[in-house]
Each structure stands twice: as structure tokens, then as C-alpha cells.
Design a protein around this ligand. Structure first.
Ligand SMILES: Nc1nc2c(ncn2[C@@H]2O[C@H](COP(=O)(O)OP(=O)(O)O)[C@@H](O)[C@H]2O)c(=O)[nH]1
Ligand SMILES: [Mg+2]
Length: 222
């Protein structure tokens, strides 16, 4: 570094992390496998961040936006039917994995399907030692639903820290967005494992995506 280019010390870590996150996600990102049950999980040899949320909340779209790929995570054909955990690797060599968790909250699911989902997700959350953080996605138009509260409770009980992420922020007016954000943040404060910072994103417009990339990298390094 030449003279005159010395950065402010207090700015360094966050800026470095943001740039590193940008570079990592612009590099190798690869679909690894789809695990229909826990016996098919990959070895727990890299840190992981899991994406959770109601079906149709925009989970696949957010994974695509964060990784800068058009369709690495496919939009599910039949909402609520996918019950697999999908793993993606980031980095060359691999540094961490993203996990696309099966969606929840679908209205007409048979009791058996819901029970199977619950058991799969709960066992994964409790036993996955490399899971550094979960992201709980919440639709900006709807705010928290009881199924989200259920998910948050499962995470609290499994002691898996999570970030709340509002999706589809482009779909609501700024005033509505602010009101929903305030309500969600307020409720998050009552949950022991919820991160205090609320992320507001739009996969469509790219809003909040760089910040989320940086947060994910910080989480896998923690
Ligand atoms: N306007 C808008 N639509 C979105 C956004 N993210 C997702 N969607 C749409 O919401 C629907 C569900 O998205 P998808 O990613 O498949 O949700 P998933 O079921 O949670 O994986 C699709 O029609 C997406 O195009 C967003 O940021 N803005
Ligand atoms: Mg999906």
C-alpha cells in the first residue's frame, strides 16, 4: 500500500469483510446435494448458514440474489411439496455452505407431511454442529405469521442463532414497510436466539443483498 492510501483503522474490518463477501459469492458457488432425509446430509465439515421461511416467501430468489446466479436455487414447482434440504458450496476451495430448508406454512398440507417436516427440521437444527446461523425470511407484505413464530421457537429451543430477513420489500410502500419492520423487530427482541438487526431485502431490486452477504460471511467466521 502506498502513502496516502492508509484507511481509517475503525473502517477496516467491515469494509474488508464486505469486499471479501462480494468476491467469494462472485466466485465458485455450486449446488452440492439435496437431502430428502437426515441420513443423506453431507459430512459436517464446513460452517453452514440455513435459509428458512414459509413456502413462497422468496427463499430460492434470495439465494439466487445472494449468490448472483439466476437459478442456482430453483423456484419450487409445487409450493409446499419440497421436503429436502438443499446444500450449496461457496468458495474455491469450499469455505462454507448455504442450506435451503424446506418451506413451511402451506395451508392444505396433510398432518403427516407437517409432522415429517417438523421432525426433519427439528432434528437438523438440534444436531447440526456446523450450523452457524439461520435466516428466517418473512414476507414484507405479511409480517410474522404463527408458522414463523413456531420456527423461531424451534430455533430458540435448539439454541441456533437467527437473523430475521424481510423479503420482497419492493412490493410494499415505504410507510407500510417501516410499520412491518418495526413490528417484526419488536417481536424479535422477545426471542433469545434472534439477532437484533433486521435485514430488509428485495431479491428483485438487489436491495439489502450486499449487506446480507457480509452478514453471512461474518456468521460463518464466528
Ligand atoms: N417482487 C418480488 N417478487 C419476489 C421477490 N422474491 C421472490 N419473489 C417472487 O415470489 C415468488 C416465490 O419466490 P420463491 O423464491 O420461489 O419462493 P420460495 O418458495 O420461498 O423459494 C416467485 O414468484 C418470485 O418471483 C422479490 O424480492 N420481489
Ligand atoms: Mg424455493
Amino acid at each position: 500500500m502506498s502513502e496516502g492510501e492508509i484507511p481509517q483503522a475503525e473502517d477496516l474490518p467491515q469494509e474488508d469483510l464486505t469486499e471479501e463477501a462480494r468476491r467469494l459469492f462472485a466466485g465458485r458457488v455450486e449446488f452440492l446435494l439435496s437431502a430428502p432425509s437426515l441420513q443423506y446430509l453431507p459430512d459436517a465439515d464446513f460452517p453452514e448458514v440455513a435459509f428458512a421461511g414459509r413456502s413462497n416467501v422468496g427463499k430460492s430468489s434470495l439465494i439466487n440474489a445472494v449468490t448472483g446466479r439466476k437459478a442456482i436455487a430453483r423456484a419450487s414447482v409445487t409450493p409446499g411439496r419440497t421436503q429436502e434440504l438443499n446444500f450449496f458450496e461457496v468458495g474455491d476451495p469450499t469455505q462454507f455452505r448455504l442450506v435451503d430448508m424446506p418451506g413451511y406454512g402451506f395451508a392444505k398440507a396433510p398432518v403427516k407431511v407437517v409432522e415429517r417436516w417438523r421432525s426433519l427440521v427439528r432434528t437438523f437444527l438440534r444436531g447440526r454442529v456446523v450450523l452457524k446461523r439461520a435466516l428466517v425470511l418473512v414476507d414484507s407484505r405479511h409480517g410474522l405469521k404463527d408458522s414463523d413464530r413456531d420456527m423461531m421457537k424451534m430455533l430458540d429451543e435448539a439454541a441456533v442463532g437467527y437473523r430475521l430477513v424481510l423479503t420482497k420489500a419492493d412490493k410494499v410502500k415505504a410507510s407500510e414497510l417501516a410499520a412491518v419492520a418495526q413490528k417484526v423487530a419488536e417481536e424479535a427482541r422477545k426471542h433469545s436466539a434472534a439477532h437484533p438487526h433486521l435485514h430488509i431485502t428485495s431479491a428483485e431490486k438487489g436491495m439489502g443483498i450486499a449487506e446480507l452477504r457480509t452478514a453471512i460471511l461474518a456468521d460463518v467466521r464466528s
